[in-house]
Design a protein around this ligand. Structure first.
Ligand code: FO1
Length: 314
């Protein structure tokens, strides 16, 4: 049994490689839900959906989110009414949000239940569980141009509406302290032969998962079996705004900064060949460094990376 912590597009691509090299049924993915938000009265769970769609081979390959071959007729129709359509929800993607929202509204079904139903419907055999069935919402305090002081933004407002541009002052995970790990999360982390920390944004993808009480402690207990993949290569994120979050929060934007941030719960960190020269600095954090090609140009490289990551703690 394997467990993985995942959020965002990089994690989804890594997981697609992982399920090429191990049976998908052996993998439990603990997915970030801090990105979740309500749009047009519907609950959207971007990281659960990106992982589901990517493991189903149905994702938009350019963006890594949403579905391939999407149309946006509903968004265009909403434009007529002046409704906010900056968060692009495709017509087929809307079915996911309609179904999830209805299942939650009719009562009785948890976020975990619905995530499992959606994954099964897409033929995804890995087990996808949200980090919590309780609401945890990532909030970003940022300096907006033209406004004095700090503005609190919802994660998608900062990330999408403001294109990750406003300088970040602080990041909070609202509700985390009162949240419980979703059913099966702690058991999966305790039982896993190896726990993988996918190449996700350390602050807004892995951070919320670790903020759910009990999860970080479970990883600390299993530190020798925890292996991460650095999402930062040669001082920059492969995709997304990790640097614009790590810098302001005092985390060096490098594989060394990631090692330092993860050192208490992650015994081994896979770093890119381009960072081989920094392996000693990673190890100086008390984290074993393993060098590999971590730039997932295609599914074959992703599978090779997953294999290398598992071998790093074999
Ligand atoms: N990311 C964008 O940059 N622009 C969008 O319009 C957008 C819409 C969207 C709709 C559904 C969904 O599941 C994800 C979407 N994302 C979009 C990605 C989203 O911001 C995720 O939070 C990121 O992938 C980071 O996890």
């Amino acid at each position: 049994m394997l467990a993985a912590l995942a959020g965002g597009v990089g994690a989804a691509r890594f997981l697609r490689g992982l399920v090429q090299v191990v049976p998908p049924e052996d993998v439990t993915v603990v997915v970030n839900t801090g990105d979740d938000d309500w749009f047009h009265g519907l609950l959207v769970c971007p990281d659960l959906d990106s992982v589901t769609y990517t493991l189903a081979g149905a994702e938009n390959p350019e963006t890594g989110w949403g579905l391939a071959g999407e149309t946006f007729a509903a968004m265009d129709a909403l434009d007529r009414f002046g409704a906010p359509t900056w968060f692009r929800l495709g017509d087929r993607d809307l079915a996911t949000h309609l179904y999830r929202t209805q299942r939650l509204r009719e009562g009785g079904a948890s976020l975990s239940d619905v995530a499992a139903e959606l994954a099964a419907a897409w033929g995804v055999r890995a087990r996808l569980v949200p980090m919590s069935d309780d609401r945890v919402a990532t909030r970003i305090d940022a300096n907006l141009p033209g406004s004095a002081g700090v503005t609190e933004l919802r994660m998608q407002e900062w990330f999408v509406q403001h294109r990750s541009e406003p300088p970040v002052v602080a990041v909070r995970f609202e509700g985390a302290a009162a949240a419980a790990p979703a059913p099966g999360v702690l058991a999966a982390l305790d039982a896993a032969e190896t726990i993988l920390v996918c190449p996700s944004n350390p602050v807004i993808s892995i951070g919320p998962i670790l903020a759910v009480p009990g999860i970080r402690d479970a990883l600390v207990r299993r530190r020798e079996r925890v292996v991460g993949v650095s999402p930062i290569i040669a001082g920059a994120p492969v995709k997304g705004p990790a640097d614009r979050l790590m810098g302001p929060l005092g985390i060096e934007v490098s594989c060394v900064g990631v090692a330092r941030a993860y050192a208490d719960f992650c015994g081994t960190l896979v770093i890119d060949a381009g960072d081989a020269g920094r392996a000693a600095e990673v190890e100086a954090q008390g984290v074993r460094a393993v060098v590999a090609d971590t730039l997932m140009r295609d599914a074959r490289v992703a599978a090779a990376l997953a294999r290398h990551t598992l071998d790093a703690v074999a």
